[in-house]
Design a protein around this ligand. Sequence first.
Ligand code: SF4
Ligand code: SF4
Length: 121
Amino acid sequence: MAKDFGYTISCDRQIDFDKLSRSMYLEVKKAEPSVDACISCGTCAATCTAGQFTDFSLRKFILLLRRGDSLSVIQSIDKCMLCGKCQLVCPMGVNTRGLIYSIQVISRRIECRNRRVVNKM
Ligand code: SF4
Ligand code: SF4
């Protein structure tokens, strides 16, 4: 039986830049150029309807995409209900609803591409 020492080992927070790719961010930026204006203020996340029930945060997803960690985004982007509340409050005028929709479309495309590669193997 495992002993409770009152602490746990933290997950590795090291960023492996060899595993990351910014290609999805560039694709998203092409579809919705206003993403470049994001200053990571977090206003969208503070008002997010989905964020009240889940860990959904557009601010976090934009940061992850910029960093090149697209897998985490693909796994969670469907939690957004496209209600558009975030768009009303964004101080930089980012077309957040359009941005999330573009991310969802591009995620589907990537998933299909990956499935085709797996099926060919
Ligand atoms: S509210 Fe706009 S500028 Fe602020 S984090 Fe969200 S998308 Fe970026
Ligand atoms: S559109 Fe999506 S990200 Fe924006 S407030 Fe609604 S649920 Fe949240």
